[in-house]
Design a protein around this ligand. Structure first.
Ligand SMILES: Nc1ncnc2c1ncn2[C@@H]1O[C@H](COP(=O)(O)OP(=O)(O)OP(=O)(O)O)[C@@H](O)[C@H]1O
Length: 325
């Protein structure tokens, strides 16, 4: 079954002790994870914790300075970056967005738009789309080239709660229909897509990892958000013995402060990956006081005078192989 973690499934990409060093500092270090065919891996972590950097290292956009990234030969990646470099003063239709960075057969464009429920909006101007529609258009663009691996950097940004559920449903459908692997970056530290096989919490390194506890069994949650939400999203609750300060530094239980929390530095008891259902007692949930709650940036991230980003809107098929620093 596709929606069950299957260790026999083919690993599409594996990171081993990956570190990325820029401008005299390590952006991430010691990052390990694998995404297999049919698997959903979600990266969470506070702002600046290295989620995008790790994803970019996985797909070869960034070359690691240490460690190793292995990819299957001719890995096809569909990438939806967090931000897009689009000139919003020029008219751009959804259909044109699909082929902005490379040609696509008309039937592939039509099939991708149909798959995300955007056929009727093919001729619409991108800057007039709602947040949810825009994310669907980006998803269509990413799946049109039938990727082995779909990398989605905060795909529910600018989308309200019901739109978020709909997008997660859509991502699940895409995974079920195509069997691609999915690397998802989540803006939320505690709520992840229920279908997630592995959650990886980053803070410059892998803080903890585990499976989300599906909340569908929890009556409290069902009462609060309804059955559909319970099937679509899950809670990822994790206990850290340290506090992530707003400036990215880490305060440990003994009061000492370090730039990062390294698993080997003796500060941790790391009861990580301990996952709790909604009704269970949780030893610690990060709140605003510990600086570990992701700010939910609900801006559209596109158009409307929002900042233009460094990213490109597309990624050509990556050649497989290995990068070794
Ligand atoms: N090319 C680069 N050169 C130097 N520093 C960088 C570069 N790219 C990212 N950084 C820095 O690396 C850190 C990690 O950034 P990254 O975008 O990976 O974090 P993130 O977890 O995805 O954050 P967010 O949730 O805010 O999107 C940040 O402090 C960022 O400023």
């Amino acid at each position: 079954m596709l929606n069950t973690l299957n260790h026999a499934a083919e690993p599409l990409v594996s990171l081993e002790s990956v570190g990325v060093h820029r401008n005299g500092r390590w952006l991430v270090r010691g990052v390990d994870f694998t995404v297999r065919r049919g698997e959903i891996v979600t990266l969470i972590g506070p702002n600046g914790s290295g989620k995008s950097t790790s994803a970019k290292a996985a797909i070869g956009v960034l070359k690691p300075d240490e460690g190793r990234v292995s990819r299957i030969p001719d890995l096809k990646v569909g990438y939806v970056p967090q931000k897009l470099a689009i000139d919003w003063t020029l008219p751009l239709t959804v259909r044109r967005l699909m082929t902005l960075t490379g040609p696509l057969a008309q039937r592939d464009v039509d099939a991708a738009l149909a798959a995300v429920g955007m056929s009727a909006l093919a001729g619409a101007e991108v800057q007039h789309l709602s947040g949810g529609e825009f994310q669907r258009a980006l998803l269509a663009r990413a799946i049109a080239r039938k990727p082995d691996l779909l990398v989605l950097d905060e795909p529910v940004q600018g989308v309200d709660f019901s739109g978020e559920l709909a997008l997660y449903d859509l991502i699940k459908q895409i995974r079920n229909a195509t069997g691609c692997g999915i690397l998802l970056i989540s803006h939320d530290l505690h709520v992840v897509m229920a279908e997630t096989d592995t959650v990886i919490c980053l803070n410059g390194h892998v803080c903890c990892r585990g499976t989300p506890q599906a909340v569908s069994q929890s009556p409290e949650y069902m009462r609060l958000f309804g059955a559909r939400a319970a099937q679509t999203i899950a809670l990822y609750s994790h206990h850290h013995d340290h506090t992530h300060l707003p400036d990215g530094r880490v305060q440990h239980a003994d009061g000492s402060i370090t730039d990062h929390c390294h698993a080997e530095d003796g500060h941790h008891d790391h009861r990580h990956g301990v996952l709790h259902g909604v009704g269970e007692e949780r030893p610690h949930v990060h709140g605003p006081d510990c600086g570990h709650l992701h700010q939910q940036e609900r801006g559209h991230g596109h158009g409307h005078g929002l900042p233009v980003a460094e990213e490109t809107t597309g990624l050509p098929n990556l050649k497989g192989g290995e990068d070794r620093a």
